[in-house]
Design a protein around this ligand. Structure first.
Ligand code: SAM
Length: 237
């Protein structure tokens, strides 16, 4: 379970209510049973449940170590898709080893939400990432950025290999990947309606290689997964 980093500073760790509830009612563990607590930044603690009742729950740290994150960082710049598709992107992307999610707005994507609604959505997205990281046993939580316009995200990107998935490009991704050994990558995926010509030019100017990934048009929530899998196979662990 992921807990706030500072709660692992003491030998006895108070467990947040949602975790205590899960341990008690879903896993049906009891005091004396062991659990693993993670701080989301690589710290992993083997713990023994000390107390577990309706009012409070705590665990004692038995052993602690620092784990490394995946060897190959991948940033996913995803144009904000319709409905709740972004949730699927975050869940599956976390399983596939994406290390940073950067939702972007484009001329054909949804706009960001205003104020408190965006904060609530980000909190929900954080929970989805945490849950996916827990299930796929990732010691370090992927970063989640607040949605920003595409041009700003392009400027901020410092990945070594930058791929823009653009179905209108004739160059296949395989052509860009052969003979290279990058230490990090960024994948830029468009919205349902695709990128405009100007956006493709802006991405190219920011060092992104426009590539097509085959004759079939994938949905915007699928395209990033396909490419992340290939990159993990070629350069990841
Ligand atoms: N605008 C397109 C259309 O309506 O025909 C489709 C856009 S596609 C559903 C959404 C995004 O997935 C694209 O902007 C692109 O980033 C990516 N994508 C899907 N299939 C692709 C392919 N075969 N090659 C490159 N990118 C692809």
């Amino acid at each position: 379970f992921f807990v706030p980093p500072s709660s692992l500073d003491n030998e006895i760790v108070p467990l947040p209510d949602d975790i205590a509830h899960h341990i008690r009612t879903v896993l049906r563990l009891a005091p004396g049973d062991e659990i693993i607590l993670l701080d989301g930044q690589g710290r992993r603690c083997r713990c023994r449940l000390e107390t577990l009742d309706k009012r409070s729950a705590s665990a004692r740290i038995l052993e602690s170590c620092q784990e490394e994150e995946t060897a190959f960082p991948i940033q996913l710049l995803q144009a904000l898709p319709k409905g709740d598709k972004m949730e699927l992107v975050l869940q599956k992307g976390t399983e596939l080893g994406i290390t940073a999610f950067s939702p972007v707005t484009t001329s054909r994507s949804l706009p960001p939400l205003a104020g408190e609604r965006e904060e609530k959505r980000l909190a929900r997205w954080e929970r989805i990432i945490r849950e996916a990281a827990r299930q796929s046993r990732r010691p370090v939580l992927p970063r989640l950025d607040a949605p920003i316009p595409l041009v700003e995200a392009l400027i901020a990107c410092d990945a070594e290999l930058r791929l823009m998935l653009w179905e209108e490009e004739s160059l296949a991704m395989a052509g860009v990947l052969s003979g290279v050994a990058p230490r990090s990558a960024a994948i830029l995926v468009g919205p349902e309606g695709g990128f405009s010509q100007q956006e493709a030019e802006a991405a190219r100017a920011a060092g992104f290689n426009p590539v097509q990934i085959g004759p079939r048009i994938l949905r915007c929530e699928t395209a990033g997964f396909a490419v992340a899998s290939v990159l993990q196979y070629l350069f990841g662990d």
